[in-house]
Design a binder for this molecule. Sequence first.
Ligand code: NAP
Length: 295
Amino acid sequence: MSIPPRIGFIGLGIMGRAMAMNLVKAGYQVTVYNRTRERTSEFADAGCEVAHSPRALAKAADTVITMVSDPAAMDAVLEGPEGVISAFSGGNTLINMSTVSPVYTAALARKCYIAGVNFLDCPVSGSKPAAEAGTLVILAGGEKKVVEKFSPVLKAMGRAVIYAGPAPAGTALKLCANLVVAQLTTAIAEAAALAQAQGLDPALVFQTLEENPALNCPYFELKKKNILARDYAPAFQLKHMLKDARFMLAEAASNKLELPVTTAAAALMARAERSGYGDKDLSVIHQNLTEPLPR
Ligand code: NAP
């Protein structure tokens, strides 16, 4: 890429904040927008322009990156008179890195195509620590030559870019990767709860997994701290994984595929959300399993 893009970054939550800061550190000119403006102050301090609306951000940039919660948040920043789409101009690029559904992504790709805007769906695998370290795995959908053109930008946020195919292939692949994360989390939460129910220290479960090279997964190490300390400060909020599980099940149903274990994991997460744990780390499933069911 000869002339570096002027980047507009929308969504400075747990992931977006770290990802946008890595773009700044890599030397890109970055304009930011966040619904809650207080979250932009560290970017203003770093010399970034802070846009007052998504439209103003899109006018200041030729490449817009979105990293927001879900389809409703995407609509809030893209649509309407103050949305990004109102300032779309041909030749510009929209890269969505939020996890939304393949159906939503395909519709957005069509909208961009009609407007003459390049579109990539680039959701990420890896949580807060990987976002901070710039070691995310980026699952890229879209035209291959556009993915290649933006590879330096993506590599400023991640260690690897995996090309999945035309949009919404990045999003489709992300759901497959998150299916594994959902099930690993429910597995260790249930194993720890079963250990306690039998009068065992749940730390022994993690020790057993760590000592067995075939089962020693760094992801367990990340969630061990939450489960043993019963401290569920979020790296990945339960409500976001529940959203993703619902996308997985919708995709499976529309392709006449049954996902019985994911169905059970989604039910477990829905129960934890009903208990008021939606904003906690996904590992809070463990806490919820050891409590009486809500009425
Ligand atoms: P988060 O901390 O909840 O941040 C969400 C962002 O979306 C915030 O900037 C929030 O703005 C914005 N937002 C929400 N609703 C909005 C609305 N109606 N209008 C405008 N902005 C809105 O989430 P996150 O953990 O960074 O995750 C972001 C995305 O990445 C999600 O799709 C998630 O599933 C995915 N993801 C997360 C992880 C992880 O480990 N955390 C890993 C991979 C992928 P405010 O600051 O105003 O609330």
